[in-house]
Design a protein. Sequence first.
Lengths: 112, 114
Amino acid sequence: GESVGLHLPTLSVQEGDNSIINCAYSNSASDYFIWYKQESGKGPQFIIDIRSNMDKRQGQRVTVLLNKTVKHLSLQIAATQPGDSAVYFCAEENSGYSTLTFGKGTMLLVSP
Amino acid sequence: EAQVTQNPRYLITVTGKKLTVTCSQNMNHEYMSWYRQDPGLGLRQIYYSMNVEVTDKGDVPEGYKVSRKEKRNFPLILESPSPNQTSLYFCASSLSRQSNEKLFFGSGTQLSVL
């Protein structure tokens, strides 16, 4: 949405660079994590997920890394393109409670 | 096309005038949910529904009502809107609310309460 980008940390990269977006989660009992992409004027879209029994998962041009020791999640985007410009946020879930908690997001700006 | 449809896309209203934001999904999903998104606060859950006639409060339910009379529809009702309900609202659905069932979001409703 139009107001989503206000007050968000911003990562600016050049087209073709690799991008790394970080997320610190709060609940040590969370066992499922998701990254979402939200383009301006649109709803969030699923990108990639990871369960807590894994520390790395790869998709098409994206990789998610999970470090449970420090409760940290990262999203790596390879060869970033202008179409990747969006707000990215993580979500965590304790599968015993089935309630997603969303992070506040990071705005990624990709310059041609 | 599989989708979650919200209406209206934009709404400007005045304090106290009842309004309804509609949400419909065509994927036969059991689980539906409403979120509000505010700058600096991220997405917060208002209400959710695990199935027809089953609804429950999320994190910020005050001032909102929902109903789930049919599987495909989950309207959000503001009986007496106030300016602090000015926000971007999203409806979402998934097959169930078991972990790893992907959540599909609508395009959002930008509400301004004057």
